[in-house]
Design a protein. Structure first.
Length: 174
């Protein structure tokens, strides 16, 4: 069994998270025929710059968790306290904004360990619902979230460069 350690990210992890975010997003979506290379590149330059990740780490409502194997980053998750969208029914929501694993670690429990840590954190802070948006063309992720108790409650638009894409909104009562 792979020994996976989960830790809270700190401001000093900005460069590590920038690299991890960029690599894992690229690996997950760059080769999908529905994603135009220019749109993907535009989005990634904005979303995963060192300045953007540093700003997100400094936001009081943002929590980043980093999964490590043998001291090396294997994946990460980002939670946003109090974030909500139409279709989500919650008194004290928390958004699972990102959950990614390095390709080499897919199927080794990194995602599940991160998911479990996110649930633990949400329950510790008395959140009643965790929600997320998952791309309509990402069935593997959809199955993962369904196995973890999420159900589809709506849709929203995710802007990838100039391409408005559809994300399924999913929530889980905690």
């Amino acid at each position: 069994m792979t020994d996976i350690q989960i830790r809270h990210a700190e401001l000093g992890d900005a460069k590590l998270l920038t690299d991890l975010s960029y690599t894992t997003f690229w690996d997950a979506f760059a080769h999908h025929p529905k994603n135009a290379p220019d749109d993907l590149a535009h989005y990634m330059r904005q979303a995963f710059s060192l300045e953007q990740i540093t700003a997100e780490l400094a936001e009081p409502g943002s929590i980043f968790l980093i999964a490590e194997i043998d001291g090396k980053p294997a994946g990460y998750a980002k939670l946003v306290i109090g974030s909500i969208e139409d279709g989500i029914t919650a008194e004290k929501p928390i958004e699972l904004a990102r959950l990614y694993s390095h390709q080499e670690h897919l199927g080794k429990g990194v995602g599940q360990n991160l998911m479990d840590a996110c649930f633990d954190l949400a329950k510790t802070h008395d959140h009643d619902v965790m929600w997320l948006g998952v791309w309509e063309y990402n069935p593997r992720a959809q199955r993962f979230y369904e196995r973890n108790g999420f159900r589809q409650v709506g849709k929203h638009t995710f802007q990838l460069g100039s391409d408005p894409q559809t994300d399924l909104l999913m929530q889980k009562e905690l």
